[in-house]
Design a protein around this ligand. Structure first.
Ligand code: PMV
Length: 331
């Protein structure tokens, strides 16, 4: 290691799963119990700067300008995976910021670990392939493996014990089917139970957990086919069913995981009514109260207007589909 600080800055965006992931086949390696399929957004960003410096005696990590002990421990352990590859023990200064609320069901862990993986790889000059970056991002958060790529992305659960077949692959570029996503923010509070803890409890206690895992391969194949055929109606049907099945598992978890609030349900009903009027839109909801309405490009403005009028909706964001994680300054 030279005494020159090694640094890089990367950006990544959250992704929204259309076929959901909820549960692990291995907690230590963070291997998903089933595959998933997502779209990467372009309007919400995480920007992460990593600087390895021989002068540091400990990692120094800030998220949105603040340092949090639990997060720092998790990020330090994540950096260790890269340090082991580079054969160094040098500590790092990490500054990460989001231009959207953190920990409220807007997939901040996905964009966060994807940006951190890309920046750390570049700072250490590892030149890892995207597939390897996806596997490493997965160790931070399962959904982060998908934010390495843009557009439509599929995550494989894999079957190997070492996790070397559990990575994401791009299915279709954003420009090939430029759908829009309207995000209705119904609360800015941090969620009470994070996804890692929630999944673990569901897996242990939800009577529907095994049946849920068994539904995923079929949903994945159908969603993959719908993406390839640009069949919006089919994708809508599969995505809503996958979302509701996951929330059914959550509701039946003991103690129950109820991530929705009243406005979440009202947004879902609003989207169902819009669809009956012929508007191209479907909903999906993650481990939080925000509703993501996936729309045909020409219908996004009408959907945004309708969701803005739902009582309890604090804000509405309109996003396109975007790119995967990238280094700032690269073309
Ligand atoms: O990988 P995590 O810890 O961000 O969990 C993701 C869980 C869901 O967002 C609810 C579903 C998904 O596939 O993104």
């Amino acid at each position: 290691m030279t005494s020159r600080p090694l640094q890089a800055t990367a950006q990544a965006q959250p992704n929204i799963a259309l076929v959901k992931y909820w549960g692990k086949r291995d907690a230590a390696l963070n291997l998903p119990a089933a595959g998933s399929l997502s779209i990467t957004l372009d309007a919400l960003h995480t920007r992460t700067r990593v600087r390895f410096d021989d002068a540091l005696t400990a990692d120094y990590i800030t998220l949105d300008g603040e340092s949090d002990e639990a997060q720092s421990r998790k990020i330090g352990a994540f950096l260790d995976l890269f340090r082991a590859r580079a054969g160094i023990t040098t500590r790092a200064h990490v500054e990460s910021g989001n231009d959207f609320p953190t920990g409220a069901g807007l997939a901040s862990s996905a964009s966060g670990f994807a940006a951190l993986a890309a920046a750390t790889d570049r700072a250490l000059g590892l030149h890892l392939q995207s597939r390897e970056l996806s596997m490493l991002a997965r160790r931070g958060s399962g959904s982060a493996a998908r934010s390495i790529f843009g557009g439509f992305v599929e995550m494989a659960a894999g079957t190997r014990d070492d996790g070397k077949d559990a990575f994401a692959t791009p299915l279709l570029d954003a420009s090939a089917w430029p759908l829009k996503v309207v995000v209705a923010i119904t609360s800015r509070k941090r969620k009470a139970v994070d996804s890692r803890a929630g999944m673990e409890t569901s897996q242990r206690t939800s009577p529907y957990y095994r049946d849920w895992v068994a539904t995923v391969p079929h949903d994945l194949a159908a969603a993959r086919g719908a993406v390839q055929a640009r069949d919006f109606g089919k994708l809508a049907e599969i995505s809503e069913a996958s979302c509701l099945a996951m929330h059914a598992v959550m509701l039946a978890t003991r103690p129950a995981l109820i991530y929705w609030n009243g406005a979440t349900v009202d947004c879902i009903q609003c989207i169902r009514a819009l669809r009956l009027r012929g508007i191209g839109v479907f909903y999906t909801v993650d481990a939080g109260p925000q509703v993501k309405a996936v729309c045909l490009p020409d219908d996004a403005a009408d959907v945004a207007e309708a969701l803005r009028d739902v009582a309890g909706v604090e804000n509405v964001l309109v996003s396109g589909l975007g790119e995967g994680a990238r280094i700032e300054g690269d073309a």
